[in-house]
Write a protein of this length. Structure first.
Length: 595
């Protein structure tokens, strides 16, 4: 069904302005809600008042959605078949159904609904309004004109002339003040400065709206942004403060006119409220990202995105890998049926840690929750790095000696473990009274009297045992009991024995090109999006896919989901290597000062 909606607005006695709107839908809605196809700003009209739909026989059916009904040819009805020439009345609005000539419109609509705004007002005025209009015409027109000119002159003087004079008055009286100061000498009477200008003489009346909160601290100094009166704010004025603001993309690689030649004010319009400086509708983003091959070229690898629910690529998390002794980052496509792995060199199964059965500890059953380990940073956007000493040490004690359970090896310092073990067992061997093993030499097992010292041979026997014992315990710590439980361990040297632990590569920001605030999702359980309770391997990437997010989030036009815009998850100035302003070279500045 194709329908042309024509609004006729009257200006003066003979002026008319036609505003046409073509609707090509299965049904046409009428009401006071702004999402209706035919919008009628009348309080007598319901938000969703009526609907016009096409019948199989080619006719059109008008149905009311409210009990007040619709007048069709002055007859109240709940439903009726529309014919050319019918007149509909909804509230105080008359709508005529007309046949439109094919040659007058290229789209060839099936019919036209004509809404004459002037007729609606003229036909439905109350009698009291008509009497007031007649009395008004009988008033003294000359007296009304004098009052009009007086009000116009007052407004012109108070809100234009005086503020304009106050802005430019400095150029007039500042030279005279300087001349007066030079003329007055110390033996003459002191110069009395001019009193401050009254608040009335101000250009604050020209303020078109509330200044953004970011600019609120200099809102009285208009010249900070407006370098010249009655001229637009230039990019130079913006960059003078925002030199270190990042570009959107690499300006050298993406040489696009829309990025380089668009003024700052085209996106950031001030005087629209404290929080309206950033443009948040998707139009700005979709102009380029809706069809990137046209904007950039056919060889681009970037995917189009214009609507989160219907036109957005799958998430591409950034993973860390290790090649040629260096860490590198790579992005991988994350789909519902594709299992992406993160090889972090860490063995950590989430399932037993967050199991509702709990963990058996010395102090009894202990249950962990997600936020026991994943602690938010300020702002709720990211988490603090996992720290063994702060989070893991209470349950995973790095003790190595059964007879001394409170002595532990250092974590994260594999090169020092052997030194700690050698020092510990050398001390125990020299002090004596060690009974940890069955094959302990007598000189190590027997106790010592106060002040008793060992002979040279006895010291050699004790220290030789300590060295062998340290190497034996180190092998157990690295390869069997402690380190190997969570880390990838490799023995790199046999004599003396040495081990290396593969560096842990846990990515702190899997989606660095997006922002996500957990604080807004506290009403949900963590396992709603992250399946940690089922993960048995540390290589599982527990990020939700875009399908999971789309269960709640829709595009800007979504009706049954949370409307989400591009800037809800993405920033604009994201090219951290390139800033808007160029820093001046210190040598050039020094040369300019000398010249």
């Amino acid at each position: 069904m194709r329908c042309l909606i024509r609004h006729i607005n009257h200006y003066g006695r003979s002026g008319r302005v036609y505003k046409d709107k073509l609707v090509d839908k299965d049904s046409l809605t009428i009401g006071r809600s702004v999402d209706q196809d035919l919008f009628l700003p009348d309080l007598r009209v319901a938000l969703q008042h009526a609907v016009i739909s096409e019948l199989p026989n080619g006719h059109y059916l008008l149905q009311a959605r409210t009990l007040s009904g619709i007048r069709v040819n002055e007859r109240l009805s709940q439903s009726a078949t529309l014919n050319i020439g019918d007149t509909l009345r909804i509230g105080n609005t008359d709508i005529k159904v007309k046949q439109i000539p094919i040659e007058s419109h290229n789209d060839a609509p099936d019919f036209m609904l004509e809404v004459d705004n002037h007729l609606n007002q003229a036909q439905h005025q109350d009698s009291s309004h008509e009497e007031n209009f007649k009395l008004h015409n009988q008033a003294d027109s000359q007296q009304i004109r004098r009052w009009s000119w007086w009000l116009f002159s007052s407004i012109l003087i108070l809100f234009f002339a005086i503020p304009w004079f106050s802005v430019y008055m400095g150029e007039f009286y500042e030279p005279k003040l300087i001349a007066l100061e030079e003329w007055y000498s110390e033996d003459k009477e002191e110069y009395v400065s001019l009193p401050p200008l009254p608040m009335l003489i101000s250009d604050r009346f020209w303020n078109s709206g509330t200044v953004a909160s970011a600019h609120h601290f200099f809102k009285e100094d208009c010249a900070t942004c407006h370098e010249k009166a009655f001229e637009k704010v230039t990019d130079k004025a913006c960059v003078s403060c925002h030199k270190k603001t990042y570009h959107h993309v690499d300006p050298n690689f993406f040489d696009l006119d829309t990025l380089h030649n668009s003024p700052c004010a085209s996106c950031h319009e001030d005087h629209n409220g404290k929080r309206q400086l950033v443009q948040r509708d998707d139009t700005l983003c979709s102009q380029c990202h809706g069809n990137l091959k046209v904007q950039i070229g056919d060889d681009t690898v970037l995917e189009d995105a214009s609507d989160f629910e219907h036109d957005h690529p799958a998430f591409k998390p950034t993973l860390i890998s290790y090649e040629d002794g260096q860490e590198i980052t790579e992005r991988d496509l994350m789909l519902q049926d594709v299992n992406i792995r993160e090889f972090s060199n860490l063995n950590f199964p989430h399932a037993p840690h967050v199991s509702r059965k709990g963990l058996e500890t010395i102090d009894g059953i202990f249950r962990l929750w997600c936020d026991d380990c994943h602690i938010h940073e300020p702002g709720q956007n990211h988490f603090r790095p996992i720290d063994f000493n702060a989070l893991c040490k209470d349950c995973h004690q790095l003790s190595f000696e059964a007879t001394d359970p409170f002595r532990v090896v250092p974590h994260g310092q594999s090169g020092e473990v052997m030194h700690v073990l050698q020092e510990y067992y050398a001390t125990r061997a020299l002090e004596g009274d060690y009974h940890g093993d069955g094959d302990v030499p007598d000189i190590v097992a027997q106790g010592r009297f106060p002040g008793e010292s060992l002979t040279g041979e006895e010291r050699m026997i004790a220290l030789d045992w300590a060295r062998n014992k340290a190497e034996e315990v180190a092998a157990d710590v690295f390869e069997f009991s402690l380190c190997i439980e969570c880390h990838e361990v490799e023995k790199v040297k046999d004599d003396p024995p040495r081990w290396e632990i593969a560096p842990v590569r846990i990515n702190q920001h899997f989606l660095p090109r997006a922002k996500y605030n957990h604080d807004k999702h506290l009403t949900m359980n963590c396992t709603t999006c992250h399946w940690a309770a089922e993960s048995e391997k540390s290589s599982d990437l527990l990020l939700p896919t875009i399908d999971s997010c789309q269960e709640c989030h829709g595009g800007i036009h979504a009706e049954n989901k949370l409307q989400s815009t591009c800037v809800d998850c993405h920033g604009f100035h994201v090219a951290t290597e390139f800033v808007m302003g160029k820093e001046e070279d210190e040598e050039d500045v020094f040369a300019d000062e000398n010249n």
